[in-house]
Design a protein around this ligand. Sequence first.
Ligand SMILES: CC(C)(COP(=O)(O)OP(=O)(O)OC[C@H]1O[C@@H](n2cnc3c(N)ncnc32)[C@H](O)[C@@H]1OP(=O)(O)O)[C@@H](O)C(=O)NCCC(=O)NCCS
Length: 179
Amino acid sequence: METLRTERLLLRPWTLDDTDFVFGLYSLWSVQQHIGLHPRVMTDRAEAIAVIKRWQGMEHPIHAIRAVTDADTGEIFGNLLLKSIPASSALTPLEPSGDTEIGWHFHPNAWHQGYATEAAAAVLAEGWKTGLDRVVAVTTPSNRPSQRVCLRIGMTHQGRTDQYYNSVSELFVAFAPEA
Ligand SMILES: CC(C)(COP(=O)(O)OP(=O)(O)OC[C@H]1O[C@@H](n2cnc3c(N)ncnc32)[C@H](O)[C@@H]1OP(=O)(O)O)[C@@H](O)C(=O)NCCC(=O)NCCS
C-alpha cells in the first residue's frame, strides 16, 4: 500500500500500535451512529485489534484502508477507506457489488479542519492513478457532514439508492478525469 502525503497529512498503513486510537474512535456513538445497517459502538479492545488485523491483511492492488495522521507530529486523526462495497442481498455475508467505495471516519477532535476532505481528495487522486474509473460513496440520508465531504471532493449526488448494504443511502459518484 502506498503511503500518501498531502500538505498537512500523512496517510499510512494501520499498525497494532494504533489500537488505542482505533478502539477510542469506534467506541464513540458520534462516530458510529451513521456507520453500518445496525450501528453499534465497540465495547471490547479485542475488536479494535481484530479490525486492524483485517485491514492489514487486505492485499489489493488499489484498495487500501489508511490511518490519517498529522504529517509533522504523527497524531492520528481518522480512517480513510477505499474498498469494495457490498451489494444489497438476502445472502449473508453480503457479496461484493463490483463497485469501489470511498469512506471516512474521523475523531471528533479532528473535525471541522478540512482533514477528511484533504485526505479523501488524495485517496481519490491515487485511485485514478492506479486505474479506477469510478468510485462511489454512500451516506445515511441525515449525514450532512459526510455528504459535504463528498461534494467538496467533486463527487456528484445521484439521489437515494437501496443497491448497497441492504439500506437506503444517499449515493455520490466520481469518475476518473479521463473516463
Ligand atoms: C464525516 C466526517 C469525516 C466529516 O468531518 P468534517 O470535519 O465535517 O469534514 P472535513 O474534515 O472535511 O472538514 C470540513 C470543515 O472544516 C472546515 N475547515 C477548517 N479549516 C479548513 C481547511 N484548512 N481546509 C478545508 N476546510 C477547513 C470547513 O469549512 C468545513 O467546515 P464545516 O464543518 O462547517 O462544513 C466526520 O463528521 C465524521 O468522521 N463523522 C463520523 C463518521 C461518519 O459518519 N463517517 C461517514 C460515514 S458515510
